[in-house]
Design a protein around this ligand. Sequence first.
Ligand code: ADP
Ligand code: ZN
Ligand code: ZN
Length: 715
Amino acid sequence: MRALVPFGKRHVVGIVTAVLTHTDIPADKLKPIKRLLDEQPALPPSILALCNWGIQYYHHSPGEVFKNALPLALRNETTPLIEFVDTWQVSTKGKLIELSSLSRAPKQVNALTTLRNHPNGLTQTLLAGLDIKSPTLKALRDKGLVEIHEKEQSYPSWATDNLLREACLTLNEQQQHAVDTVLNTNQPNTDKNMSFATYLLNGVTGSGKTEVYLQIIEHVLKAGNQALILVPEIGLTPQTLQRFQQRFNVPVLALHSNLTANQRLTVWRQANAGCAAIVIGTRSALFTPMKHPGLIIIDEEHDLSYKQQDGFRYSARDMAIVRAKLENIPVILGTATPSFESLHNAKEGRYRQLSLTHRAGEAKLPTFEITDLRKAELKNGLCKSLIHAMGHELKQGNQVLFFLNRRGYSPVFMCHDCGWNAACVMCDARMTYHRQPKHLHCHHCDYQSRINLHCPDCNSTDLRAIGQGTERVDENLSELFPKTRIIRIDRDTTRRKESLENHLKQVNSGEPCILIGTQMLAKGHHFPHVTLVVISDIDSGLFASDFRATEHTAQLILQVAGRAGRAEKQGKVILQSHNPEHMVLQSLQQQNYNAFIQHALPERKLTGLPPYGYIAMLRAEAAHADMASRFLEQVIEQFNNLSSQEPTPQTVEAWGPVPSLMMRKAGRFRFQVMLRSNDRLSLHKAIAELLPQIEPLPDSRKVRWHLDVDPVQLD
Ligand code: ADP
Ligand code: ZN
Ligand code: ZN
């Protein structure tokens, strides 16, 4: 329950998580709660249990975990948990009085008659809609004929019959099998009570995963239960929301970052009251309470956005599984490119795998071609054969998607005479050259500066933009295809809220165009008119030092490729590379994610990294490099002294301290230590023992440090 508690000189909103009869904390250190804020618990038991699990598993402070779980608006003591509204109701006297006694006030007669017909009362807003004004009501109240009561706000609810607003598609065999498996229809009498199980819906791009979700949700709704759907991004894919709203006659509510705190609270209250039948949201929607929980879906489960990258570093995917278990409901992880963790869990039998191996309807998977850039003839920085292929598609009235995961004009701005290049003063990184508006920009810390006219080292004026960003590709393609509409979608062109929607509208109009975009375009879009997808400059992802880099690159390639040929017309993917023989590209050429996995998983096994081992990262940063590394050396010393560190097969290893991949970022030096074990429990036991030793370390106040359990990115 929420409580107002003294904190220094102020009062703040706290959460009562348990009531104890005994504590070892001395009585003079304890302070009384000022008051409870609500009459009922702020979080249902399942969400409380979920938070407690998160506190333990991520070794994180309870306050911040609850902060993530509770709507922001409820951290304000004046915001009530439950919304009350003034309701006008007829009094006993008002029920009995002869209407004729009011005959000289026809408006009052009308108002009283209406309220007599609604003995449970009506809100001011509803009455205003019936043209009953407040002076009339006040006059009746003064006569003692009507009363105002505070009543719990009620929300539009839904009926379990007449659920469908549009007809379902006829499922193909694989889709039907997936639906049947989750609904348990092969086991009679159980389908009304779907219980906890984790399903990995592994379906190639365009295989109709959404239709599978929709038909399972229909059954959930029929039983009067709610569904929670997590997606990586809502702002980027308004289509997703529309597909759920088009299908069902029920309230479908979205939770995303563009909502105000009060709007979020309204959605939260409706879900909590059981009135929101379907809630679709990004990561933090995981904590939305449901009065009648029925199902959780994690769409694009491999997506990195499910892991929070600061503060409480939780994985919404992993916690969704914990929540489903707590609520005893099924959870579905859907993706065309499963994370290695999920594949491993499926292989070990912890998840049930449901496969959709071909595209739904008439659509076929695109063909896949790798162009060797080493021998290519270039024009405007683009390969000639590529220009030809693009022109061919456009002539046939089709659309082309050009993927380049780098915004700006060029990634390098350098002196042709001495080799100087523009670097960020705050980071170990190059400044990106932007044309519109003209400036240099660090994409890591946002530092911006003017463009040098002279080289600071040799004073030469021969400064050149090297390499291609989306802005430059835009310029080059405009020259090559002057009559074609070019739509660039990256963070620079979609800053304003409506601009992305306008861009997408143009794409969906179907007229031939070239779409240029960064990974904003890779996620879940359905572009039926795109027949050619060009993937450019993906090589850096093949050689990055993060052990997950190839996994993430393969996923990105297949997701982008998956935008091609999603409707009647056959699609084609052209991937440009300087390393066409690279294992990742070769296995993906058959668009066979499994072939890629066969190569990549054994490597992980050799190194004992996830999914075969378990890791946690301790990161520290400070204004001076030796401060951060010295602090982590002290941590390692503590770690080596832990009693649990007897050498056994379950040993926990500490690797480091080593500088982070980008050692200096935003003016601070960053180092890390990786803790690793083959055994999850041993790792967590060691962390639990180690953490209390870190706080008292002399340097712990001079650095910023944090623990990241199951990190997904080693930056
Ligand atoms: P995914 O999410 O797996 O990439 P979608 O759910 O977006 O795929 O489906 C791709 C397209 O296939 C959509 O236009 C969808 O309407 C269509 N589709 C899905 N299932 C069927 C089906 N059983 N029959 C015909 N078309 C289907
Ligand atoms: Zn120079
Ligand atoms: Zn920077």
